[in-house]
Design a protein around this ligand. Sequence first.
Ligand code: ATR
Length: 265
Amino acid sequence: MTDRYAVFGHPIAHSKSPLIHAAFAHQTGQDMTYEAILAPLDGFADSVAAFVAAGGRGANVTVPFKEAAFKIAQRLSPRAARAGAVNTLSFAADGILGDNTDGAGLIADLTRNLKRTLAGQRILLLGAGGAARGVLEPLLEQQPATLVIANRTLSRAEELATLFGHGIRAATFEAADTPFDVVINATAASLAGELPPLSPRIFGADTLAYDMMYGRDTPFLDFARAHGAATADGLGMLVEQAAEAFYLWRCVRPDTTAVIASLRA
Ligand code: ATR
C-alpha cells in the first residue's frame, strides 16, 4: 500500500511542501503520497488524529501549529524538546514522535548550499519568537564566536539567551551596531513587508544576510543589499528541512540541489 504523508497548516493552499516531497519521492523511487491539509485553527489535534486513523504515516506541521504539534507528540527528539516546537511528526505503533528539522534545514542551507562556515563567526539572529528559538540550538552547535539575539521586545531575547546559555547576548535592534558575518532574519516583519529598525553597521563586505522567508524580496534583503551584504532567502532552508523530514520517514536522503533549482525556476 502507498504510504501517506501530509503537511498541516492554516493557511496551507500555497505550501510548496507537496511539490518538494513529490520531487523527493520521484527521485528516490519511494511509494508515497504527500498532501496539504487545512486544519481548523481550533482543530489541529482532531485533524491529525483523523489522518492517523486513515493510515497516515507522518506529517509536517507549519504555521500556526508547531507548538500544538509539540503538545500532541508522545515522544520528542532532543532538538524538538529544546526548540519547544515540532515541524515533523512520525506516526508509529508506539505513538506519535515529534521532531524539528527547521534548524538542521537552515544549517544545511547556510553551510552546504551557500558555502558558509559558521564556526568562529559572528552571528546575529533577528527575532525571539518560535522561528528564532527553533534554530538556536543547531546554530550553537556550529560553535560561532559570537551569537547575538536582537529583538523588538528585549525581554524575549533575554529569555532565549538565558534558556540557551553559551554566552548568547541579547540586544535591541538599535543596540546591535557592529559588523556580523551572518545576519539571520527570523522575525515575522518580512511577512508584514516591514523592516526592523536595523543599523546599517551590522553589514560588512563579507556579510551574508539571510531571510527565513522565501518567495519574494523582503525589505530586510533590500536593506542588506543596499549596504553591501550578500543575500539569500529561505527557499533553501525550506527544501533542506523537508529533506531532513523525508530522511526521518524514509531513511533515504534526497538530492536537494535539483529541487531548489526547479523551485527557483
Ligand atoms: P514566529 O513563530 O514566526 O517566530 P512569533 O513567535 O509570534 O512568530 O514571533 C514573531 C517574532 O517576530 C518576534 O520576535 C517579534 O518581535 P516581538 O517579540 O517584539 O513581538 C518579531 N516581529 C513581528 N513583527 C515585527 C516587526 N514588524 N518588526 C520587528 N519584529 C517583528
